[in-house]
Ligand binder design. Structure first.
Ligand SMILES: O=C(O)C(=O)Cc1ccccc1
Length: 307
């Protein structure tokens, strides 16, 4: 049975998402302590793929994932899932809210309950740990008084009880997760796909605008742009871009080829079906048929068949 890594321990949001991402095949899920560890297991071939959190509707991107995706050998996303994120507070039974002196969770969870913490536990010592379920495990081990966890974590730590529920500052928050594997055959285009890349551009006037123009000229809908420092030289950034379409689509292929010529480097991070299956809006002149006709016309001009 293929082994699939995820940010563990059991009871994380990532476990829930990875179950969804692997629902169409029998997979053995392997918990890892961090996203970089999960991705290292994919790169080394210890596991087939990994489920990783990439972006949250309230807090934005998950920097650890973006950095780990580009820090080493290429990896590509083959599937995405979007799941709702709600948070509970777990503690030893009998703990009252005003007895909580230390409370732990994943940084992304802490960022989404800031208002609740300020209102309900203004004096508590707030600790960031590797995941929401790791926080619950640490509470069960007596390291902290309370954990901010996924509602499912309660099932994994039955010795803990729910001190509060539904504490997110923004209701209906969602997180997007990717199933990531070593490069190989790409998922077939579906007409409702997303392509992800990471580009490094030179530090000159207009290079970012030029890069975006390659997309807009071809009617490509950009759904996310994010920058992360290159790290070894101050003021230089990697740009993470998501846009509608599949690398097999003519407009996407041409745009990627243009970016490859224009940027210092381009890393392809995958073309995969969008979780919401919303079809790409293709404007007139950017359809597959339009690209085919223009290629035929050019071939005819070059061969002397058209004056
Ligand atoms: O810690 C977890 O449960 C995770 O899967 C990471 C995370 C944390 C908060 C929101 C979404 C994902």
């Amino acid at each position: 049975m293929p082994e699939i890594a995820y940010l563990g321990p059991p009871g994380t949001f990532t476990e829930q998402a990875t179950r969804l991402l692997t629902a169409d095949f029998n997979a053995d899920l392997v918990p890892c302590e961090t996203v970089p560890v999960a991705l290292a297991a994919v790169r080394s071939g210890d596991v087939l793929a990994a489920g990783v959190p990439v972006e949250n509707s309230v807090e934005g991107s998950v920097p650890a994932t973006l950095d780990a995706l580009t820090a080493d050998d290429p990896l590509v996303a083959v599937k995405e899932a979007v799941i709702p994120v709600q948070f509970d507070v777990l503690a030893e039974p009998g703990t009252a809210l005003d007895q909580v002196e230390t409370i732990a969770s994943h940084p992304h969870a802490l960022a989404q309950v800031r208002g609740w913490l300020t209102e309900n536990l203004p004096k508590a010592d707030v600790r960031a740990v590797s995941s929401t379920a790791a926080a619950a495990a640490a509470v069960a081990a007596g390291e902290f008084d309370a954990a901010i966890s996924a509602p499912v974590a309660g099932e994994h730590y039955p010795s803990l009880s729910r001190l509060a529920t539904g504490i997110a500052d923004v209701r209906d928050a969602v997180t997007r997760f990717l199933l990531v594997r070593r490069p190989g055959p790409l998922p077939e285009p579906t007409g409702a796909d997303r392509t992800s890349i990471c580009a490094v551009i030179s530090h000159e006037v207009g290079t970012l605008a030029d890069m975006l123009a390659e997309l807009s000229l071809r009617g490509i809908n950009l759904s996310r742009i994010e920058s992360r420092p290159v790290k070894d030289s101050f003021g230089h950034y990697r740009f993470f871009l998501d846009f509608d379409g599949h690398v097999a689509d003519a407009r996407i292929g041409e745009a990627l080829a243009a970016l490859q010529r224009r940027c210092d480097s381009v890393r392809f991070l995958g073309s995969y079906p969008k979780a919401d299956r919303s079809p790409a809006q293709v404007r007139p002149g950017a359809s597959e048929q339009a690209f085919r006709k223009s290629a035929e016309w050019l071939a005819a001009v070059r061969s002397g068949r058209l004056a």
